[in-house]
Design a protein around this ligand. Structure first.
Ligand SMILES: [Fe+2]
Length: 158
């Protein structure tokens, strides 16, 4: 058990609020997106954000969350998604514009969240806590990369 300072607790609570927002956004965006592949991507990211929230809840109790074990289950989840999400819907130009907007907004959110973790890491005294935050931050950066790749493949970048 780690004794958390009030400042560390505040940061954990702020990050929890942020993760809850990410979960809700990805849940709503998955239902709004037209392209099946994008829906699946948002669903996958929602699962990751739910996992981040669980890790932060453990930290709030003074526990250092595991990181390596979870990485494996995420990879398995990615493979399952890849086969389920191969099919694409027919989308209109307007649908395409909506999907593009959702991607831009999600990418901007990931950029913000990644920087919030980066700032948070500097305030923690326990190495295990820093490692956990660093692990989550890296996932947020990978989310940004996945969204960017989707946008690039679908000509959403001018
Ligand atoms: Fe997250």
């Amino acid at each position: 058990m780690v004794n958390m300072t009030p400042k560390e607790m505040n940061l954990v609570n702020d990050l929890k609020k942020q993760e809850k927002l990410c979960i809700e956004k990805y849940r709503q965006y998955a239902s709004r997106a037209c392209d099946n592949r994008l829906k699946c991507l948002f669903q996958e990211l929602e699962q990751h954000e739910t996992h981040h929230l669980q890790m932060l809840e453990e930290m709030g109790k003074g526990q250092i969350p595991q990181t390596t074990q979870n990485q494996q289950s995420n990879q398995q989840g990615n493979q399952a998604n890849a086969s389920r999400c191969a099919h694409e819907n027919t989308c209109s130009q307007q649908d395409f514009e909506t999907d593009k907007f959702l991607c831009q907004d999600a990418l901007s959110m990931e950029k913000y969240v990644s920087s919030a973790y980066d700032t948070g890491i500097f305030e923690f005294s326990e190495t295990g806590m820093r490692d956990a935050l660093n692990w989550i931050q890296k996932q947020e950066q990978q989310h940004g990369e996945k969204i960017w790749q989707y946008m690039n493949e679908n000509n959403m970048y001018n």
